[in-house]
Structures are given as C-alpha cells and as structure tokens.
Design a protein around this ligand. Structure first.
Ligand code: NAD
Length: 261
C-alpha cells in the first residue's frame, strides 16, 4: 500500500469527485478525514467503508468551507485524532449560474469563499504540519474553468482562476520542503454538481435538458464524453506518490481536450 502511514484530509468528500478521491487514497492505506454535507447515515457508511478499505482510521468533520474558524478546527482535529494531514485534497466546491447583471451578491461571496478562500485557510493551517514532517501533498480540484471562461459563471471562473494562482504560489513557497502543490482541472465530470446546474443553465440559455448536455457541456469537450470521478481520482493518487515529487505548481487538465482548443 503506497500511502500506508499517511493521513489525507479531503474536503467535499461526501459526494462526487471528493468521494472517489477519498476511496482511491484509502485503497492505498491512507487514513482519511472526510468532509462535506449529507445524510448522517450515508456519511457513517462512507467512513466505515474507508476505514475498512485502508485498515487505518477514518473520520468525518462537518466543517463548512465558508467558515475559516471551522477549517482551522478541522485541521487541528485531524492532527489530534488521525495525525497529519500529510495529504490535503482541497476539493469542496459549489457552482452558481446566472448572468453578471443579476448574479446574486451573496452567491458571488459564497462561491469565492468555498471554492477559493477555503484553500488559502487550509494551506495556511496545513503547511506548517507538512514542513515539520518534510513531506506533504496539496492537490486542489480546480477546473477547465481555471484556464478558460464560460458565460454565466462569473464567480466560479474567477474562483478557479484564482485557485490556480494560489496553488502555483504555494508550490513555489514550499519547493524546498518536500511539499508539492498542484491543481487537477477536469472538464465536465458527471456528478451531482453538474446535474444540479442543468436547470439554471436551461433557464439562462432557454434550452432543453438535452440541449444543455449536448450543446453546452459536451459541446466543448472534443471526446464528447463526460470525465469519470475515477479518472480524476487516479490523477490525484499519482500526485500523492513519491514518484511525483518533482511535479509541483502544475495544473493538470483532464478535460477530453477542451482546453487544447
Ligand atoms: P459534488 O456536488 O458532487 O460534491 C461537492 C462536495 O462538496 C460534497 O461533498 C458537498 O457536501 C461538499 N460541499 C459543498 N459545499 C461545502 C461547504 N460549504 N463546506 C464543505 N463541503 C462542502 O461536486 P463535484 O462535481 O464532485 O465537485 C467537486 C469539485 O470538483 C468542486 O470543486 C468542483 O468545482 C470541481 N469540478 C467539478 C467538475 C464537474 O464537472 N463535476 C468539473 C471541474 C471541477
């Protein structure tokens, strides 16, 4: 098991990409702190599944990524109860789709807080722990929208572009410390987050559900296929391996060729 003895903190891991990443890391022996919202019994089942897969511990912390104090408390709890974190996968994210002139101010603030500022607060708390061990991995789930824009996603595109810059900065600051920081930038991955934005996109563009899938989502993805959560998790796992020690400050596209255009 490649990650035996390591502890991973994966934000937004009760669903979608984060859950797949948590499973991939646990399968390699990492203890995992799960974070995110959901039904208590579903979360309990996830924690039990991960602990059994890794043979190490697993815990859930319900910290809201919009709350800096809760983020610091989650990192402290992880250190006290599981050790580490040696690996941080900053994955929690939300989307809001609306034209700029009617974009709700509170949604702008919330998307920026959860998708961008939370990663600053996480890294601020975790880098000293990683430095003390001389080893660390920070992986952020960015997006094709960290490299290119789409209409009606002002807050998301802004947050993801900012995230790419933040991760490059952390990579440079930690380059001599055995700590790497990288972004993974998926195109459209079939998860609850994507499914949930279909109705708003239908409204914003006056399209049917099928048109949104074919003409908006897969229109920009040359392979004409959704990315799978397992494909994203495999990339995250590679970045956590010792062999990836020279990969830092990268922004790894997994987007079926979207940003090659
Ligand atoms: P998802 O909705 O399936 O999962 C999001 C997770 O984040 C859930 O566990 C949820 O409970 C958690 N979460 C939401 N708000 C939170 C908060 N305030 N505090 C803590 N946890 C919170 O979404 P997903 O598609 O798996 O997205 C995960 C990440 O991948 C996001 O950062 C998203 O921007 C990014 N991404 C997704 C796609 C895609 O097509 N699905 C593409 C590119 C990037």
């Amino acid at each position: 098991m490649l990650l035996h003895g390591k502890t991973a903190l994966v934000t937004g891991s009760t669903s979608g990409i984060g859950l797949a990443v948590a499973r991939a890391l646990a399968a390699e022996g990492a203890a995992v702190m799960v974070n995110g919202f959901g039904e208590p019994q579903v979360i309990a089942a996830i924690v039990a599944e991960l602990a059994s897969a890794s043979g190490a511990g697993a815990l859930h912390d319900p910290a809201d990524m919009a709350d800096p104090a809760a983020i610091a408390a989650m990192v402290a709890r992880c250190a006290a109860e599981l050790g580490g974190p040696d690996i941080v996968v900053a994955n929690a994210g939300i989307q809001h789709v609306a034209p700029i002139e009617s974009f709700p101010v509170e949604q702008w603030d919330r998307v920026l807080a959860i998708n961008l500022s939370s990663v600053f607060h996480l890294a601020r708390a975790c880098v000293p722990i990683m430095r003390s061990k001389g080893w660390g991995r920070i992986v952020a789930t960015a997006s094709a929208h960290s490299l290119t824009a789409s209409p009606f996603k002002a807050a998301y595109v802004t947050a993801k572009h900012g995230l790419a810059g933040l991760i490059k900065t952390i990579a440079l600051e930690c380059a001599r410390d055995g700590i790497t920081a990288n972004c993974i930038s998926p195109g459209y991955v079939w998860t609850p987050l994507v499914e949930a934005q279909i109705p708003d996109t239908m409204q914003a563009r006056g399209m049917s559900r099928e048109q949104v899938i074919e003409e908006v989502m897969l229109e920009r993805q040359p392979t004409k296929q959704f990315v799978t959560v397992e494909e994203v998790a495999a990339a995250a796992l590679f970045l956590c391996r010792d062999e990836a020690r020279q990969v830092t400050g990268a922004n790894w596209s997994i987007d079926g060729g979207w940003t090659a255009q």
